[in-house]
Ligand binder design. Sequence first.
Ligand code: 2DT
Ligand code: MG
Length: 194
Amino acid sequence: MMGSTIRRGTLIVLEGCDRSGKSTQARMLVDSLTQEGHPSKLMRFPDRTTTLGKTINDYLTSAVEMSDQAIHLLFSANRWEAMKQMEADLNAGTTLVVDRYAFSGVAFTAAKGLDLQWCKNPDTGLYAPDVTIYMDLPVDEAMRRGGFGEERYEKEDFQNKVGQVFMQLRTPEWKYQPFLSCPVAHACHWKLLG
Ligand code: 2DT
Ligand code: MG
């Protein structure tokens, strides 16, 4: 055989409201992929470690105030600044398991009342996920979980609105369900970035 072709990695995104179990499931998924011999890497947005991410963190912890539009664009820019590395990883055959992506970006800002299309625009052209898994946990259940209420968006009414926008973004064709050990998670394709 003349050389070998590396199959590109899969872009897997986990979405959902706060405390819905995304981070736990993302970690478990990376662990089991790694155990099965698939190179894989855990990522999360916002990535609070970058310069932009530090400002996002200040906003989420209410250390600074910002207009809804400005913070929306920062969240999007925080994804754009990761694209080069994500492309390199995917092309090298590494599967990326991403804890939140552009769907969170749209859902959280649109839940404030901003125009849905305006919210989608800055993320146009990002890599579209191969699979998106939505962690569908009722908000009253999420509120009973540890830590709820610590950050800016962790309020019952607002989380319900976010969940409604997520449902608007979802396409009807489910890819598979349930996911892993969580009986309330669904997986589906989304049309946002296509
Ligand atoms: P974590 O709790 O997952 O760290 O998220 N958010 C996230 C947005 O408003 N826009 C975005 O583009 C993203 C990725 C969701 C922190 C909060 O940030 C919100 C919860
Ligand atoms: Mg959070």
